[in-house]
Design a protein around this ligand. Structure first.
Ligand code: CUA
Length: 320
């Protein structure tokens, strides 16, 4: 009798474990792995899944077995026997989860420590988050600014994050690493890309109306391509300033996430459509860009006078 129960419980547990393991194994749960940091993080994930399957199989087998075996017959009005505790079982169901949780905690601590360890001297990139856009600055490459995150492969990059307004959070699923960008403080996170390509860069902290649109791209280049990119972006070209200010580039970098403007090909829905901005007059437009207001952050401290002037002209067709 007793042996029959053990065989039944074990069989159910093995069947449940087989089904859940198949679901875990055959479904493609995780995004592509594109950073060294992801390796440890995925290990923690799968160890935790393994522990969950083990616990779930035992709980499911006991539940199913008890449900079938001790089911009340339709004419049975009697109570079950009074049972007051079972010290042995209580020790087991306290000790086993404690061991599992400790395993997960220790493994996580090791992976976190490893992921803060750069491979060689890390490349520094400053990350500025604001409602609702990302800006990346490369201080070691002459202060290049970009709205997409360009990274060289096989080299650790140290992101130094902060925010202009509210709390945002940096996340590229393929890299795993996640870090908050908090106004008033500086946070850091390390990423060592292992695969070239383009990945989604997501704000993963609810930060306002445009949160869902606060997206950008992380682009991993070969070391040579990254070198070429930094050369191309160096002062004198692109949006780096000087007389050849690229107003459309400034608009795309700073305004596109929130505003629609037909001639820039943007379709942001957070702020007003700017196709008719000329009707406001250049002064109003410049005031709004400098000081913000109505839900828009001020750009006075972020853009140079020349850039603001170029932007006003671009929007209103006037020199102000
Ligand atoms: Cu920024 Cu959500």
């Amino acid at each position: 009798m007793r042996r029959g129960a053990i065989v039944a419980l074990t069989s159910i547990a093995l069947a449940v474990a087989a089904i859940t393991t198949a679901i875990a194994y055959f479904v493609d749960w995780l995004p592509d792995q594109a950073s060294e940091e992801r390796q440890g993080m995925d290990l923690v994930f799968w160890v935790t899944v393994g522990i969950c399957i083990f616990v779930f199989a035992i709980v499911a087998s006991v539940s199913i077995y008890a449900g079938v075996k001790f089911r009340v017959r339709p004419d049975d009005e009697s109570d079950g026997p009074p049972i007051h505790g079972h010290t042995g079982v209580e020790i087991v169901w306290t000790a086993v989860p404690t061991i599992f949780v400790t395993i997960i905690a220790v493994l996580s601590a090791i992976v976190l420590a490893q992921n803060e360890d750069p491979k060689g001297v890390p490349l520094r990139i400053d990350v500025l988050a604001q409602q609702y856009a990302w800006q990346f600055t490369y201080p070691e490459q002459g202060g290049i600014k970009a709205t997409n995150l360009y990274l060289p492969i096989d080299r650790s990059t140290k992101l130094v994050l902060t925010s202009r307004d509210v709390i945002h959070s940096f996340w590229v699923p393929e890299f795993g690493q996640k870090q908050d960008a908090v106004p008033g403080i500086v946070t850091t996170v390390l990423i060592t890309p292992t695969k070239t390509g383009e990945y989604r860069l997501i704000c993963t902290e609810l930060c306002g109306l445009g949160h869902a649109l606060m997206r950008s791209r992380a682009i991993v280049l070969s070391q040579a391509d990254f070198e070429a990119w930094t050369q191309k972006q160096a002062p004198g070209g692109g949006t780096a300033g000087g007389d050849g200010v690229d107003a459309k580039g400034i608009f795309t970098a700073n305004c596109a996430p929130c505003h629609t403007l037909a001639k820039a090909g943007t379709s942001g829905m957070v702020g007003p459509n700017l196709d008719q901005a000329a009707s406001l007059g250049p002064q109003r437009v410049e005031q709004q860009i400098r000081n913000g207001g109505g839900g828009m952050p001020p750009f006075g401290g972020q853009l140079s006078d020349a850039e603001i002037k170029a932007l006003v002209q671009y929007l209103t067709g006037s020199n102000g």
